[in-house]
Design a protein around this ligand. Sequence first.
Ligand code: C3B
Length: 792
Amino acid sequence: ESGERKAKVEKMFGFMDAFLKNDSFSLQKDILDHVEYTVARSRFIFDDFEAYQGLSYSVRDRLIERWHDTHRYFKKKDPKRLYFLSLEFLMGRSLSNSVINLGIRDQYADALNQLGFEFEVVAEQEGDAALGNGGLARLCACQMDSLATLDYPAWGYGLRYQYGLFRQIILDGFQLEEPDYWLNFGNPWEIERVHVSYPVKFYGTVEEEGIQGQTIKVWIPGETVEAVAYDNPIPGYGTRNAINLRLWAAKPSDQYDMESYNTGDYINAIMDRQKAETISNVLYPDDRSYQVALQINDTHPSLAIAEVMRVLVDEEHLDWSRAWDITSRVFSFTTHTVHVEALEKIPVDLLGNLLPRHLQIIYEINYKFMEELKSMIGQDYDRLSRMSIVEEGAVKSIRMANLSIVCCQIVNGVSKVHLDLLKERVFKDFYELWPQKFQYKTNGVTQRRWVVVSNPNLSSLISKWLGTESWIRNVDLLAGLRQHVSDPDLQREWKMVKKVNKARLAEYIETLSGIKVSLDAMFDVQIKRIHEYKRQLLNILGIIHRYDCIKNMETSDRRKVVPRVCIIGGKAAPGYDIAKKIIKLCHVVAEKINNDADIGDLLKLVFIPDYNVSVAELVIPGSDLSQHLSTAGHEASGTGSMKFLMNGCLLLATADGAIVEIMEEVGADNMFLFGAKVNEVPALREKGASLKAPLQFLRVVRMVRDGYFGFKDYFKSLCDTLEDGKDFYLLGYDFASYLEAQAAADRTFVDPEKWIHMSILSTAGSGKFSSDKTIEEYAKHTWGIEPCKCPF
Ligand code: C3B
């Protein structure tokens, strides 16, 4: 019957290139249909937000069409699939990105125009989907875009959190957190799949049962929660393919606590059911074919390993060695940190209570691993205990990284430096055992989102000078800009684009803070999570130093000062006291500087609240200089730098994480580098108190300590972290070279031709840092998957 239906549909509509048409009239009609019938507003009267909704639903229709065709095609070809597991995806907004990837942005803009709306204004109505924290989560979003664009048969899996990352509110310069009710105004980008749901079991006991002479383990759960799928189509650029990001929401299960209903405790039973929605759930891939690769993004989803073993052994009744053989061949793991103390551990008591069968399985894996290890290295108990998946001690715990390394065929770092640190420090023992397991894939970001969507002017300029738009799919072509770098026309146009973007950013700053900034000033930006190792404090101390110098100058000398607008943005984890103090310090310093009549346009400091993906899209194209100040050896990669680089912003940075590779691509003389090197840091730390910080450093720290900016007591603990011998992140040691790098940036800025030259070379050298490159590497060397392109 379905064959007959298919034949009928094909006969009637098969001649169409696409089921839905993209001419202006069809688009207008579709938007109005959705306004009228989906949003239920009158097609004659609706506002910008309703226009956004109608528009988005009509885009979604087109996404769904491609999504269906892609999946039908995948099914037909049945290639090896990749399942990409991550607990965080930082997607940001979807509208502009979707219409650009679908290749119908201009058509939509035109259709909206006909209806009396402006595309940019309507697009601004969209909220930010922030189901993640920072770099790791945004990386996944970029990688999904690349997987779709490069036609890989991939699925993303994550969680559909009810609340995204907290909203940052600044009150009197202090950070406050508010919940992010991101679903309150609906989410046109997802499709709820009420029929795609799986029971997820928790608690209970494991019992043994005899079946056909064999003893098998049966887990009798104490509670069950239902995982319901929400599908988010991810369109590729320049292809018909649209892949799926499936996010799971936890819902109460029908099987949940029937007992209480039966005993008549109806209200409490309902309340208990609601608790289910607060529980995070585990993953169930919906395809049981073994032709798969499973990628775990950091250790957060690593329980999936034990879960796959459980399903194979307990439910499919495979013997252990066969199950192990499959599991250890399908999983691969990427780690994103260099901090040993940040490696995830789960207390055995907690895990045993929540997931008793999984704990047994992990013990079994560990037992077998320890036996194997003993046979290889003998009775080296120190090493055995370091490598064990189970950590003994006051709180007996499962080391999720060790579990992941033991069970995965490949362990990837995210930059060259990161891999070195994994080999030499973080996972040294494992590296010595299995050197072939350890690899790295340089992180990348998608040029679609970070140039085409967020910097359309630069995007057009690049296409014009390269004579093609192909760089949007084939990023190597960006290198072609090098041959025009000295062309005065390109330089002039490049400068113009920057100026327009700066004007847009300046307007935003004025709306936010009332501060008017000069477009002639250097826009100097540091945006990222607030963390001690990322050293926003170094930046602020540098700004204090600059302020202090200007104050102490002869008035006539002030003319030589290069005017700066310093922009800082980022969220501090709610419980991270020192990071919150850094935010407050930024505000009090800004207050002082911005209101000092002696200073005027020479220096401004602006803190941008609630930094998120959409804010980044606005700020990055409008910045001249960006700062990446992590103490060497602390940033696994750092993907913000790549977004700035693509947009032709110059980098002021330490030789850490991805910066080392960026240096190789654009040349150290096109950047402002400073600070101790990765291999120098351990020895410098050893020296501790005998490292004398320079006088300028002591002076600015003293200003903060003595209450020059107020809040003396409040900043005491922050200043204490900078004392001799306590300055773990080496701010004092790096201060002098930091100031030199800043001075070099100033000297370059007053030579606009040179600056533009460096700026063009930055974009030209950014090709390596496209997530397209990263994904191609993973596909080839880790996942073993091939493109599967749905015909147009
Ligand atoms: C981050 C790292 O801090 C960055 O250096 C790196 O560029 C990105 O991951 C992506 O690889 N990271 C994060 O955002 N969250 C973590 N829990 C660990 C690392």
